[in-house]
Design a protein around this ligand. Structure first.
Ligand code: SF4
Length: 332
């Protein structure tokens, strides 16, 4: 057991060292850690990094491919693909199976572990021609690049479509809750409910598909909301937790949202790591574009994975540069 003789460390952070001994972090203590000030932040980050090293040391990278862009019926406030916004993005219907395969080939040659097919829209409640084309593309990728895990993010599913994706052999399915579910209607969307997304998570788990469920920070929520989201994800026992930082996009409802300070992002990652010691926590959008010089620190605040090669409607760093970044981080 690690020695507890540490002078100058905030008593709540000292108490949180129980996580290193395999004990869960209580909600009450997590909410107290929200109040840790900037003078103690690096102590919290250091603990989160110790927890990551002990319980989830492997690093994971994945890449996503936007197979259908824009014209979405939903009104998610941050999203450039919503038809409720007039954001300057490329709009296209579902691309061909060969285009999906070509993107998978690029991911494979970049030595990324998993490749996610993403489509805009509410979701698929039945097996349409479009949905069938996606499952065919998944089979083609498995045949051609067997080393590549194929994931999908297609919105809300029904038992029928979740079952079809399980049959197609997807590894993980991404469906984010985005924020504290109690504030979903206010902060994210009024055209659908967060319950529909939670029901999809249950369907996926019944089908044996691993779940990738996270959120977005910087959309008007507070740190207590983030802690609440982390505990909801714990109750749902999701497998992977992607955390996005809002990139405000022109003409969306959050175009003028002020950027979130790097210190707040670091605290968020550290708290997620302490609440989820053994899970994969991925830094998704915002890592390179918003956090710039701080992305190394943020990766040491508890994250053990990231999205590489760009996002749905914004660019990221090239995969080779990210691989070098990951190698440099592995010594910490
Ligand atoms: S996040 Fe998804 S469901 Fe919401 S507007 Fe964007 S594409 Fe549509």
């Amino acid at each position: 057991m690690e020695t507890r003789v540490r002078t100058g460390i905030h008593p709540d952070i000292m108490e949180a060292y129980c996580v290193l001994e395999g004990k869960p972090l209580s909600r009450t203590l997590a909410q107290r850690l929200v109040l840790v000030d900037s003078g103690q932040l690096l102590d919290l980050v250091s603990l989160a990094n110790k927890v990551r090293n002990k319980f989830s040391p492997a690093a994971y990278t994945c890449t996503i491919f936007n197979a259908k862009s824009g014209v979405c019926s939903e009104d998610c406030r941050f999203c450039a693909q919503s038809s409720h916004h007039a954001a300057p993005i490329e709009v296209y219907p579902l691309v061909s199976e060969s285009a999906i395969l070509a993107a998978a080939e690029k991911a494979s040659s970049n030595q990324v572990r998993s490749f996610g097919i993403v489509t805009s829209g509410f979701g698929y409640d039945r097996i349409t021609r479009e949905f069938r084309s996606i499952t065919r593309a998944i089979h083609l990728i498995h045949d051609r690049y067997p080393e590549l895990a194929v994931c999908a993010s297609l919105g809300v599913l029904s038992p029928e479509t979740a079952g079809a994706l399980a049959k197609a052999g997807i590894s993980h399915y991404n469906i984010n809750l985005q924020v504290n579910p109690a504030r979903y209607a206010k902060l994210i969307s009024t055209t659908h409910t967060v319950e529909a997304r939670i029901e999809t998570i249950a369907l996926l788990q019944e089908c044996g598909i691993k779940t990738c469920v996270g959120g977005i920070i910087g959309v008007g929520e507070n740190m207590s909301d983030r802690v609440e989201l982390a505990y909801v994800l714990k109750d749902l026992d999701v497998d992977v937790i992607p955390i996005n930082v809002l990139i405000p996009i022109a003409n969306t409802a959050l175009a003028s949202q002020p950027p979130i300070p790097a210190a707040e992002v670091a605290k968020t990652f550290a708290l997620f790591r302490l609440i989820h010691p053994g899970k994969v926590i991925k830094f998704a959008a915002g890592r390179e574009t918003l956090m710039k010089d701080f992305q190394g620190l943020l990766m040491l605040a508890g994250a053990n994975g990231f999205l590489t090669g760009g996002y749905l409607t914004t660019r990221g760093r090239e995969a080779a540069e990210d691989q070098a970044f990951l190698t440099a981080l592995s010594g910490f």
